[in-house]
Design a protein around this ligand. Sequence first.
Ligand code: THU
Length: 164
Amino acid sequence: MDQIKKESVLLRFSNIEELTQSDRKLLLLAREAVDSSYAPYSKFYVGCALLLANGVVIKGSNQENIAYPSGLCAERVAIFYAGSTYPDVAVIAMAITAKANLYEVKSPVMSCGACLQSISEYEVKFKQPIRTILQGETGEIYVSEKGTAAFLPFQFFIEELKRS
Ligand code: THU
């Protein structure tokens, strides 16, 4: 028996001014996306902005539903829109942020497992990681330069499924 270890690395920044211009711009656009969130049930408003290889930016926000599981997270709203509108254009980077009604979101918002799985599909499709920038409403910012690999180090992937 031995162990398999994979390292997850996130860059940590204490404020938005420390980010590259491109990351900062995307994070500000994610903040804008929060305004279109429809979250009357959780009152947790998430915004996501994607930068595509052709320079287009796509924004998405969480959309809830009274039949709770029918709602969708901001990341999947954005990435499915990108996949269906620009099927041949790679996603380069993604910024995610959130705010809530009743408290301040002080820590970076991590994507849920279902979103990570969905995002990773496009990393595989375009053979490149999606740089990910995460922040709460305030507080420190995390950047993954290796995309979902930092959050899902042992992710599901079966090469043969792509061939059948
Ligand atoms: N949410 C997202 O939009 N992204 C995530 O990665 C986690 C959760 C949304 C779903 C729901 O509308 C609200 O946040 C509370 O879970």
